[in-house]
Ligand binder design. Structure first.
Ligand SMILES: [Zn+2]
Length: 144
C-alpha cells in the first residue's frame, strides 16, 4: 500500500508527457476523448484518470484509417483539442499509438496523416499556443 501522498502524486502530480492518437479500429481500451467524423468531440474519461497508457492523454478518432482517411472536420477538431491540451500541459508531445515502444500495432492507421500532424504539432501548434497566450494577456489588460 502506498502512503497517501504517493498515491496522490501518481494520480495528479506527474506531468502528462504524451497525447496518443488512435483510430477506433484500435483495441487499446480506455481513451480520454473521442472525435466523430462530423468533428464532434466527446470526453470519455477525466484527464486525471489513467487511460490505456501511463502519463498519456488518449484521443481516438472514429474510423478505420487503414481503409479511409479521417475527415477534414475530424482533423480540424483534433487540432483545436490539441491546442487546448497544450495550454494545460505545455511540455506534451503528440504521437501515434504505434510509436509507443513495444506496441505491435499500426494504430492510428496507415492512412492517418501522422507525419503532417506531428510536424504541425511541432511548429503550428506552438504558434497557435503563443497566439492564444497573447490573446489571453491582452484580454486581461483590456479588462483591468
Ligand atoms: Zn491505438
Amino acid at each position: 500500500m502506498l502512503p497517501f501522498c504517493e498515491l496522490s502524486a501518481t494520480r495528479h502530480g506527474y506531468a502528462m508527457k504524451f497525447v496518443l492518437l488512435h483510430h477506433s479500429a484500435c483495441e487499446g481500451g480506455r481513451f480520454h476523448y473521442r472525435i466523430d467524423p462530423a468533428g464532434g468531440v466527446e470526453s470519455l474519461l477525466p484527464e486525471s484518470e489513467r487511460g490505456a497508457h501511463a502519463r498519456s492523454i488518449g484521443v481516438v478518432l472514429s474510423g478505420d484509417f487503414n481503409v479511409t482517411k479521417p475527415s477534414e472536420a475530424q482533423l480540424e477538431t483534433l487540432r483545436g483539442l490539441l491546442l487546448q491540451i497544450k495550454l494545460r500541459h505545455p511540455d506534451i508531445t503528440v504521437g501515434g499509438h504505434r510509436q509507443v515502444r513495444g506496441e505491435r500495432t499500426d494504430c492510428p492507421g496507415r492512412r492517418f496523416p501522422l507525419t503532417a500532424l506531428r510536424k504541425w504539432s511541432a511548429d503550428g501548434l506552438i504558434e497557435a499556443r503563443d497566439a492564444a497566450f497573447t490573446h489571453a494577456v491582452e484580454r486581461q489588460y483590456a479588462n483591468s
